[in-house]
Design a protein around this ligand. Structure first.
Ligand code: NAI
Length: 345
């Protein structure tokens, strides 16, 4: 199969090469997929994307016009792909459902600890030989209440890690609550209860129409004063303008973000100092109780290996599948559970 891999980062190439073992005719480009670059895919059977590529309806139509039949994304999330249009056009979609939940879960906990123990500020002070401690007081994680929104693959690993710290866990997941039982350490609750009772809130639900701006002003108002809010899922889960206001009001005491609502075009590359900056992001980062990483929670050796392997496997499966088998997969495209759980569509 001939595949064009958009938004390829230098560090990914060796993983893709190793996984491919010369099976497919791959072309890589650092360019992102968008309306301007879709025509580059002329002559390719498949395109391979990453999270900030634009596979909205118009872009998919353009890909279809130039003959692309398959779109494989090197991510868990599929919120950048218009699945309805893909289905109408008969374009098959695949993602990498579970490449390393540990990578994202461990980064989530790293953000919690770095914020709590003020590691970034402490390191800067140490380098300046400022060893006075008064601005560095943290809190014990032990016995703190952590609210987990979305107890899927990643949320589940976060829960396991936090159990080790002796945290009390409150979980809100509107799909799994019916068949999971609460335990002494982990209780399933409604969203409002989680928001009101948690010292730390961490988001692990996918971005869908239902979860867009899940945390906005009314939800922020329910939270404890000085709450810690962590988002390693998708930026769109937070209403970032409302979050900024809650930081100004000191409602949010700590904010850890690996994702940002308007990150497309900003994250995954270096910018010249003279380039215009994103005002909202800059305003957020001006707070010293805000820690931002640029969508790197997935970035471990293990995850990159699994992403490359599963992406090549997706291409293999398409190449081997009979038209009937492909149609069976398309038939599942509008199944909500399949969309939510990011299965091969
Ligand atoms: P998953 O599909 O295993 O789990 C998601 C969970 O969220 C499911 O249990 C689902 O029932 C729940 N959910 C769906 N809608 C909900 C709602 N309205 N309210 C509460 N819960 C809801 O997905 P996984 O693998 O745990 O990944 C979660 C998200 O993490 C992905 O969708 C992706 O956006 C993000 N992610 C971020 C990465 C990063 O590098 N920052 C890397 C990988 C994933």
């Amino acid at each position: 199969m001939k595949a064009l891999i958009y938004s390829t980062k230098e560090f990914e190439k060796s993983y893709l090469l190793d996984a491919n073992q010369q099976k497919h005719d791959l072309t890589v480009t650092s360019k992102p997929l968008n309306l301007d670059t879709a025509s580059m895919a002329k002559g390719y059977d498949a395109v391979v994307l990453f999270t900030n590529d634009d596979a909205s309806g118009d872009v998919l139509r353009k890909l279809h016009q130039v003959g692309v039949q398959y779109v494989a994304t090197r991510s868990v999330g599929i919120d950048h792909i218009d699945l309805k249009v893909a289905s109408e056009l008969g374009i098959r979609i695949a993602n990498v459902p579970h490449y390393s939940p540990n990578s994202v879960a461990e980064h989530t906990v790293a953000l919690m600890l770095a914020l709590n123990r003020k590691l970034i500020i402490a390191n800067a002070k140490s380098h300046a030989y400022q060893f006075e401690l008064s601005s560095l007081i943290g809190f014990d994680m032990y016995q703190k209440t952590v609210g987990i929104i979305g107890l899927g693959t990643i949320g589940g690993v976060v829960a396991d890690i936090l159990k080790g710290f002796g945290c009390k866990l409150l979980v809100y997941d509107n799909y799994v609550k019916n068949y999971r039982t609460s335990t002494e350490q982990m209780k399933f609750v409604e969203l409002d209860e989680l928001l009101a009772a948690s010292d730390i809130i961490t988001l692990h639900a996918p971005l869908t129409d239902e979860t867009k701006h899940l945390i906005s002003k009314p939800q922020l108002e329910l939270m404890k004063k000085n709450v810690m809010l962590i988002n390693t899922s998708r930026g769109g889960l937070l209403n970032t303008v409302d979050v900024l206001e809650a930081l100004r009001d000191r409602k949010i005491g700590y904010l850890g973000l690996d994702v940002y609502e308007n990150e497309r075009g900003i994250f995954f590359k270096n910018h010249f100092p003279t380039e215009g900056k994103d005002k909202l992001l800059t305003d957020l980062m001006n707070f010293n109780n805000v820690l931002v990483t640029g969508h790197q929670a997935f970035l471990t050796n293990e995850a990159l290996t699994n992403i490359a392997d599963k992406t090549i496997q997706n291409l293999n499966e398409w190449e081997m599948a009979t038209p009937e088998e492909c149609n069976a997969k398309i038939g599942r495209i509008l199944d909500l559970d399949a969309l939510i759980h990011n299965e091969l569509l």
